[in-house]
Design a binder for this molecule. Structure first.
Ligand code: SF4
Length: 207
């Protein structure tokens, strides 16, 4: 099940691509950072393994940072032929490879408190936003709210396409931060993204 962002609550298949050098200090998937980790699979075998889990209307391609993965363009071109909706979770350090009516980018640019490479994650803002299907998901920790407002305004992001998501790995922390973010969302017209997987299962891998 997709736990966050625009399709939160939707049954989904997940394809996690190995490798990321963006370096977010709170990253909850640090096991994906090394490009040598994971299992090497042919595309057809990966899709078959997902289908064997049951049907789902959504394929989430995530990482790591999927857009820096060699072969991601071929993967996405094949995926849109097989799933009604394909979502790519990306930091935005690389631009979107192409547009397609079934392909939705969930662009999650980073704030200055998160990584020294934060500015690179905003560098393709215009490319991402020119595709009307792209939604923005910004992960927010305590003390980040001024940077959120500044960067959203600098890049002229429409508030209705922006969701703020509380950072945290326990339900108590997510809830506390969500309460603070709810005030900001109601005032500025942003959406508030849940973290359903944390609520349901906690910081567990493979859910
Ligand atoms: S971009 Fe994503 S996978 Fe990479 S370090 Fe940041 S949170 Fe982790």
């Amino acid at each position: 099940m997709q736990g966050e962002g625009p399709s939160a609550g939707m049954p989904a298949h997940f394809l996690r691509l190995q490798g990321c050098d963006v370096g977010c200090h709170w990253c909850d998937t640090k096991y994906t950072w090394e490009s040598s980790g994971g299992r090497e699979l042919a595309l057809a075998d990966a899709f078959a393994a997902l289908r064997a889990l049951g049907d789902a209307p959504l394929l989430v391609v995530t990482g790591g940072e999927p857009l820096t993965h060699p072969g991601v363009e071929r993967l996405l071109a094949a995926a849109v032929g097989q799933w009604p909706r394909v979502e790519v979770e990306t930091s935005g350090v690389s631009p979107p490879p192409f547009e397609h009516e079934r392909l939705h980018f969930v662009w999650s640019p980073k704030l200055p408190s998160v990584t020294p490479r934060w500015a690179e994650t905003w560098s393709h803002a215009a490319r991402f936003m020119s595709d009307p299907r792209t939604q923005v998901k910004i992960v927010v920790s305590a003390g980040d709210q001024d940077d959120v407002l500044r960067l959203v305004r600098e890049h002229a992001l429409p508030p209705e396409r922006v969701a703020l998501m509380p950072e945290g790995l326990t339900d108590a922390v997510v809830r506390e931060r969500a309460l603070a973010l709810a005030e900001l969302c109601m005032r500025e017209g942003f959406r508030l993204s849940p973290r359903l997987h944390v609520w349901l299962w906690g910081a567990k891998r493979g859910v």
